[in-house]
Design a protein around this ligand. Structure first.
Ligand code: ADP
Length: 257
């Protein structure tokens, strides 16, 4: 009896310590986000001012690095929640074309920084306004485009967007295609598991990252009424396909601050 009680107490203490640690990390990540948003915003503004090539190169790196760091914070903040299925969406009307243009601008910067091409393809007419949690959708697409550039050494990344519009809702498909290292067939199902990273021999691309992004992204996309699928060929590249089903919106209501 006593052994079992002690073991139980030990387990409880371990679990509490682990919860405390996660809560601490989440709080710190939240705190760090505010100054980080300052860096993201102001470096973007600086990029819009006249700079010489050298200055532009440095500022681009500052901007993209800050965005990447922000993504890592998001993943860490969500890590705890996705374990417990507590991720929540806050859908609001979104100007979808403006959103796509923003994705295009940031993806261009990410790709340029690694000497890769980036192309955006609008394959069909897209709905003007949709009802979606844009912060979360942005998080998912940045994760995928970030991975696509991270795991690609030559060539580039293509984001294609298409939609099927129904009376009250739209099914939107985003394809993120890269010409990178690819994912072994035996690993394709595993990469969506929390903390999972494909083991690679000599290159240390995988040393960068947390293995959290895809796990959280898939949960978020499922909450948006869709899923993420992947097809990949080793040495040829990978395509991640995100489908979401969201209500159409009338227009964006300007929020009062
Ligand atoms: P992270 O990128 O932080 O390691 P993710 O959850 O985003 O975590 O991805 C998990 C793993 O899936 C990566 O470590 C990598 O092994 C593999 N992976 C994801 N995207 C790609 C891609 N576009 N090309 C090749 N491998 C990928």
């Amino acid at each position: 009896g006593r052994d079992i009680t002690e073991r139980k107490q030990y387990q409880d203490a371990q679990e509490k310590a682990s919860r405390d640690k996660t809560a601490f990390i989440s709080t710190i990540s939240h705190e760090l986000r505010t100054p980080l948003n300052g860096i993201v915003g102001l470096s973007r503004m600086l990029l819009e001012t006249p700079l010489n090539d050298e200055q532009r190169g440095y500022m681009r790196t500052v901007h993209v690095s800050a965005i990447t760091l922000g993504n890592i914070f998001n993943d860490i903040i969500d890590m705890d929640k996705s374990d417990r299925r507590r991720l929540e969406l806050m859908p609001k009307p979104l100007d979808f074309n403006e959103f796509i243009t923003e994705m295009e601008n940031i993806s261009n910067l990410m790709a340029e920084q690694k000497g890769l091409r980036f192309d955006l393809e609008r394959l069909t007419k897209l709905p003007a306004f949709i009802e979606v949690d844009s912060t979360r959708l942005r998080q998912v697409l940045w994760n995928l485009i970030g991975n696509a550039t991270k795991f690609t050494k030559e060539g580039g990344v293509i984001l294609s967007v298409s939609s099927e519009i129904f009376e009250h809702e739209a099914e939107i498909t985003f394809d993120v295609e890269d010409s990178g290292i690819g994912i072994p067939a035996s690993e394709v199902d595993k990469i969506f598991a929390m903390y999972y990273q494909v083991k690679q021999g000599s290159d240390n691309l995988h040393a960068v990252g947390t293995g959290i992004g895809l796990a959280v992204s898939r949960q978020l996309v499922q909450l948006m009424g869709g899923d993420i699928l992947v097809t990949s060929d080793i040495g040829e590249g990978s395509t991640f396909t995100v489908t979401i089903r969201v209500p159409l919106a009338e227009a964006v209501v300007e929020e009062e601050i």
